[in-house]
Design a protein around this ligand. Structure first.
Ligand code: AMP
Ligand code: ZN
Length: 475
């Protein structure tokens, strides 16, 4: 079945054709590891994960690279201000040494990888660090120098955007009309406001280069690493929509000026997480980490579920009510495909023997292959559960098959050993048991309903009872 992606290059949905049959090479702009990532950043990697899983579901072999930016990302995307990592060392009162820089990067890289794991995001094929790829940056800048695209100022080596006649073509964003231009402050030594740093001089931190000691700019790092690991032209490049005007246009300009070839054939960009009317951003101080929401009782997978309910290109408004709704829906979904307690541990013919409903599978494929329409794919899951012509075992098998793309870890969630009953549910169940003992049937029924609404069900077992994931469909 054909796959279609919205390509920012053309501004249209296009049929996806890989460079090499059966294989996809993709690059996802990674985090700058000067601090913990926030849940907005994590949308980037959740989106890339669903994209990768979709390609794998379509039987492509995917090579996925997420870079780790551990030097060179300046405070403003337009090459102004201090390097974020250097600023973080100062923030933490650490010495400005390469060793301290490495420690800082390792600490936040570990935290980032832990978040990926919690969100059931598959490890990319490679996670290269900018600091370990300085040589390829220098080689690429040399190439640009030979072709006459660079000039030097007192603070660094710059790319001359006027020499690239295609500059700024991504997303129809041309520098002169771009609102983002306001973020490009004027540096008197730059020949044009859009020119950007390829190499920044620094006497404190950095590496020797033909132009002087310093470090590569953030944009060139992504070009150098993506081409090193994936080739001069690869299939897919992704990032958040904020990367379109500057970062990705700059990546395209410098890579294509050096090689004369397109950098990537498909550019996919996801929307923002919005909070209190604005983009969630560290610089705005309006961000939440994954840990912040788990402390409020929302599991990382419920966050994943919540994001799947919106299309990746849509901005989404953060709110706890919606997240709690996703938590309940996920719990119910897991409940729907878990086995009734009496079957557990018994060699029941239903266990693991279900057949995938091909009719539903085709539909599922048509949704995810249509520019990753996960909201429709999730709605299909609930339609399937209501379909009485399909046996419970077949439903389970089909939904677990879909979960290869959705990545909700449903098989594990549905296993009673992993199925955590929240403390407030146990409390309600105890209260109901009390009410039953006192023969207050009305109160007992009310409590049972409350428990059911929260996604759980009580099974009475003679003098005892058991709490299980609920089987009711979400409202
Ligand atoms: P950075 O570490 O700043 O380069 O950001 C890493 C990724 O997070 C990039 O792809 C950004 O586009 C993305 N990002 C940053 N803020 C948000 C947000 N509020 N919502 C969604 N994605 C975001
Ligand atoms: Zn990048």
């Amino acid at each position: 079945m054909e796959i279609r992606f919205h390509n920012t290059l053309s501004g249209k949905k296009e049929i996806f054709k890989p460079i090499k049959d059966g294989e996809v090479k993709m690059y996802n702009c990674g985090p700058t590891v000067y601090d913990y990532v926030h849940i907005g950043n994590l949308r980037s990697y959740l989106f890339a994960d669903v994209l990768r899983r979709t390609l794998e579901y379509n039987q492509f072999k995917v090579t996925q690279v997420i870079n780790i930016t551990d030097i060179g990302h300046l405070r403003s995307d337009a090459d102004e201000g201090e390097d974020k990592m250097t600023a973080a060392l100062r923030r933490d009162g650490k010495p400005l040494t390469m060793e301290a820089l490495r420690h800082l990067a390792d600490f936040y890289t570990e935290a980032f990888l832990k978040n990926l794991d919690e969100l059931n995001i598959e490890k990319p094929t490679m996670l290269p660090k900018a600091s370990e790829n300085i040589d390829v940056n220098i080689d690429l800048i040399k190439k640009l120098e030979e072709k006459g695209f660079i000039y030097t100022t007192s603070d660094g080596v710059y790319f001359d955007t006027s020499k690239d006649k295609n500059y700024g073509r991504l997303g129809g964003v041309f520098p002169d009309t771009d609102v983002e231009k306001s973020r490009i402050h004027h540096n008197a030594e730059k020949r044009h406001p859009e020119d950007f740093a390829l190499w920044k001089f620094s006497s404190e931190l950095g590496w020797e280069s033909p132009w002087g000691k310093g470090f590569p700019g953030w944009h060139i790092e992504c070009s150098a690493m993506s081409m090193k690991y994936l080739g001069e032209t690869f299939d897919i490049h992704t990032g958040g929509m904020d990367h379109i005007p500057i970062h990705h246009n700059n990546e395209i300009a410098q890579s294509e000026s050096a090689t004369g070839k397109p950098l990537a054939n498909y550019w996919l960009h996801h929307g923002f997480i919005i909070i209190e009317g604005g983009k969630m951003a560290k610089s705005q101080g309006n961000f939440l980490r994954l840990q912040d929401i788990t402390e409020k009782g929302v599991s990382p997978l419920a966050y994943r579920y919540w994001l799947l309910t919106s299309h990746y290109r849509s901005p989404v408004n953060f709110n706890y009510e919606a997240l709690n709704g996703s938590q309940v829906a996920l719990t119910r979904l897991a409940g729907q495909i878990s086995y009734p307690s009496q079957l557990l541990g018994v060699a029941h013919p239903d266990r693991g023997q279900g057949m995938i409903s091909l009719r539903h599978q085709q539909k599922f494929l048509s949704f995810i292959n249509d520019d990753l329409d996960t909201p429709k794919a999730l709605a299909l899951v609930w339609d399937l559960l209501k379909d009485e012509s399909i046996s419970p075992a077949d439903k389970r098998a089909t939904i677990l098959d879909f979960d290869r793309v959705l990545g909700l870890d449903l098989e594990k969630l549905a296993e009673p050993v992993h199925f955590k009953i929240p403390a407030e549910i146990t409390k309600l169940a105890d209260e109901r048991e009390e009410a039953r003992k006192e023969k207050d049937w009305e109160k007992a029924d009310k409590l049972r309903k409350k428990i059911l609404d929260a996604g759980f069900e009580i099974k009475d077992l003679g003098n005892d009872y058991q709490i299980e994931p609920g089987v009711a469909a979400p409202q």
